[in-house]
Design a protein around this ligand. Structure first.
Ligand code: PHE
Length: 451
């Protein structure tokens, strides 16, 4: 065993860990991104590919990434150094930790801007409630997008909130907040699904869009997006769950907790889809409306509902919190590394990384308005960061994690961390050695045009 405890502290219980890791997994990915990319990629068939990726690639890699963290007990970079030494492997593996740190920084830069939209909507809900007219709702969203000042302001608010939580460390406040917020978010989503059911015919149209697969809608890019999203939504491939795993006390089952986390994450995404698509069809909107989808649909529901004013405020507050519990896991790897290797205090490490990410985020905020014409590979800065991280960096990171646990680490060490009955261990090994890496590789090579 490398270390028995992390210098940064430990989760106080199994439940605390499940909540924190679920907090990392459940976020904008489930409620904002899943519906809009499903809408852009034709619905049911895309959902099936995404679910297949969660099961065949996501869950096995989640187990792998968590066990690496728990065995290494440090930031992903140092964990990889320790584990490759233990396995007598090449020390260059620690670059995998760097890839993750970089992905976390790039993701948070745009994640925070989108979370800023949700912050702005809390205030919108508070001041005037929402209109029940789809056109008014869309105009209000467009005017937010057109304002660099507002976008930067809300992005800054969100970054300050994130970094002030990160500063307080593993146990301070975070564990407690998540205990209340996660169940509340679930309850509100169920209220929204209830409202969606009241749309009658549109409800069934929404359901069949989500669950009736039409495979003619699927091409290589859609498969890449679905696979990338499986990584993104579970928070895999960049060291977030690895660093959370490094705070996991020994003796807690990594397999069981991973199943709970992935299950909860998937349920939240599907509920969000069931709440949103009926509204899209009931109001003559386009499922492929893009990143603004939930901001152009849910307000209509709040505008129509009795008490919608209050539900609107609650929903967007909870969305902001769901985003916060993910955001803190995105910076934790770099903060932990700065503390370990540069001897910074948590406060100093948080401020420094926060400022750098904030600055990058400003360029993302501008990419929706004054810099919208600036494109690389035909993508603006937001699209570029999203594509680069979710579709490339996370799958590549996940591929390397699978290879590392499946082929580089010694089997006894892996067994020691997982402590599973033989046949389950063998099944997991097949996925991590063959199924997951081969699938990721095939999709990536196909998209790159190799075959
Ligand atoms: N899983 C988070 C979400 O769905 C985002 C995230 C990505 C968190 C990568 C951690 C690591 O919103």
């Amino acid at each position: 065993m490398a270390n028995t405890k992390s210098i940064h502290g430990e989760w106080s219980s199994r439940f605390a860990y499940i909540l924190a890791a679920t907090g990392s997994a459940v976020g904008l990915g489930n409620i904002w991104k899943f519906p809009y990319i499903t809408g852009e990629n034709g619905g049911g068939a895309f959902v099936l590919v995404y679910l297949a990726c969660v099961i065949a690639i996501g869950i096995p890699i989640m187990i792998a990434e968590t066990l690496m963290g728990r065995r290494g007990r440090q930031s992903p970079i140092n964990t990889l150094t320790t584990l490759s030494t233990e396995a007598n492997a090449n020390k260059k593996w620690h670059y995998l930790g760097w890839l993750g740190v970089l992905a976390g920084v790039l993701i948070l830069a745009y994640y925070s801007v989108i979370a800023g939209w949700a912050c702005a909507y809390v205030l919108k809900a508070f001041w005037g409630g929402f209109s029940s007219d789809a056109i008014v709702v869309k105009e209000s969203f467009d005017s937010l997008m057109a304002s660099p000042g507002q976008l930067v302001f809300w992005h800054s608010v969100f970054m300050v909130a994130t970094m002030s939580i990160v500063m307080r460390g593993v146990k301070g406040g975070l564990e407690k907040a998540v205990q209340v917020l996660m169940p509340a978010l679930l309850a509100l989503l169920i209220v929204l699904v209830g409202y969606a059911m009241s749309t009658g015919e549109a409800y069934f149209k929404g359901l069949s869009f989500l669950f009736d697969p039409d495979f003619s809608e699927i091409d290589a890019d859609a498969i890449l997006t679905a696979m990338g999203h499986a990584f993104f939504t579970l928070g895999l491939g960049m060291g977030a769950i690895m660093v959370y795993g490094s705070y996991l006390p020994s003796g807690i089952s990594i397999t069981k907790t991973s199943l709970y986390i992935a299950g909860a994450d998937t349920i939240v995404a599907l509920l969000a889809g069931i709440a949103i698509f009926p509204l899209v069809f009931a109001n003559g909107l386009e499922p492929g409306a893009g990143p603004g989808l939930i901001f152009q649909t849910l307000p209509i529901a709040f505008g129509n509902m009795t008490g919608g004013w209050l539900f609107g405020i609650l929903f967007f507050v909870l969305l902001v919190f769901a985003a916060l519990t993910s955001a803190i896991s995105l910076v934790e790897p770099i903060v932990a590394w700065l503390v370990e290797n540069r001897g910074f205090t948590r406060a100093k490490a948080s401020v420094l990384s926060g400022v750098a990410i904030w600055a990058l985020g400003v360029s993302v905020a501008f990419s929706f308005n004054i810099w919208s014409g600036f494109k690389v590979f035909d993508k603006n800065i937001f699209d570029l960061l999203d594509y680069l991280t979710a579709n490339l960096m996370l799958p590549i990171g996940g591929f390397c994690i699978a290879v590392f646990t499946g082929w580089v680490m010694q089997t006894e060490h892996v067994k020691e961390e997982l402590d599973l009955p033989e046949f389950i261990f063998n099944a997991w090994t097949i996925f991590v050695k063959y199924v997951a890496p081969a699938s990721v590789l095939l999709v990536l090579l196909h998209v790159l045009g190799v075959f």
